[in-house]
Design a protein around this ligand. Structure first.
Ligand code: SF4
Length: 326
């Protein structure tokens, strides 16, 4: 071998080694690590609630419905768009996994499927990112019914991969008159249509019911009859619909809770025992204020995770100490 061909061979070996190092460095997992997706919205409030990670993201705009028609009367979110930088979506998601969460909820103070708030690229980017996190089993997003379309839900289900995608709608009550009084501006038929689209596209519907708000007269009975109406729909479409009981919370600290923790717990037990539905009790105010049921939160988290009505007995029996509010 001539010195010249030896040099060429050494040069080729060095070159191929450099190329393979470069390719190894750029394999997909490293690309993700090296090139954070800066297009994803920032998470301005992160909260762990039982096995759920609540991630409030900074949307591009406030709730379109509120901007156009005025906010729903009970809404504590829309005018308080999160300020400050928050943290990278990727960091918050990693945090959720490290803390042992199996569910991630992306909260936008409005509608995840409204492109004025969250672009299509941001939507798929967030869902794809969560899809790659092994420990998570469920991802929940929220939307008003008018933004629920088959194609966008289908695409979201595809991006979420093996995670069960839940799409939550703030139904608040099954009573159209009372929902009008709350300023929600959609009918029970809009809700039925949206739920059918969600289920038909392969996602799982969630219905939020508002508890303890003074515009809902005879509020407690309304919650139970609303749960029954959702149960009938669940039977009809043949897909589970999870309920989420959201006790009204005032936008500022220092206001009294209208409904007690024991009352909300009693409703959840009734729904579990009589309707057999999956039901969560929400206790997050998403960083805006102190939730009126926060003192019973550890009990509600256990119930949410286990769905065992027995876990709520301490609250129903008033063994959980209630703080003085107001
Ligand atoms: S409750 Fe939802 S739909 Fe109503 S104003 Fe607030 S963010 Fe918008």
């Amino acid at each position: 071998m001539t010195p010249c061909s030896l040099h060429s061979r050494i040069f080729l070996i060095v070159l191929s080694h450099a190329a393979s190092c470069f390719l190894i460095h750029l394999k997909p997992s490293n690309i993700n690590k090296c090139m954070p997706n800066t297009a994803l919205p920032r998470v301005t409030h992160f909260e762990k609630s039982g096995k759920r990670a609540l991630m409030v993201i900074n949307p591009r705009a406030s709730c379109s419905s509120a901007l156009k028609h005025g906010p729903c009367k009970f809404c504590a979110f829309w005018e308080k768009r999160p300020d400050g930088d928050g943290q990278l979506f990727e960091s918050a998601a990693a945090n959720a996994v490290e803390l042992g969460c199996t569910r991630a909820e992306i909260l936008v103070s409005g509608s995840f499927f409204d492109v004025a708030q969250v672009s299509g690229d941001e939507r798929s980017g967030m869902l794809r990112h969560l899809a790659g996190l092994g420990r998570l089993t469920h991802v929940m997003v929220e939307s008003r019914p008018e933004y629920i379309e088959h194609d966008s839900i289908r695409e979201a289900v595809r991006c979420a991969g093996t995670k069960a995608l839940e799409v939550a709608i703030g139904l608040e009550t099954a009573n159209d008159y009372m929902r009008d009084m709350c300023g929600k501006r959609f009918s029970i038929f809009d809700f039925y249509d949206a739920v059918s689209e969600i289920a038909g596209a392969g996602a799982f519907p969630v219905a939020y019911l508002l508890v303890g708000y003074h515009h809902l007269s005879k509020s407690n009975e309304d919650v139970l009859s609303s749960a029954y109406a959702v149960k009938k729909l669940e039977d009809k479409i043949g897909r589970r619909i999870r309920l989420a009981l959201q006790a009204y919370f005032p936008p500022k600290d220092g206001h009294s809770a209208i409904v007690s923790a024991g009352t909300v717990a009693g409703m959840a037990v009734w729904i579990r025992n009589n309707l057999g539905m999956e039901v969560f009790i929400a206790t997050s105010a998403e960083g805006r204020s102190t939730h009126p049921l926060a003192h019973a939160r550890h009990v509600f988290e256990e119930f949410n995770d286990t769905q065992d009505p027995g876990t709520l007995s301490s609250v129903i029996d008033k063994r959980v100490v209630m703080p003085r509010l107001g």
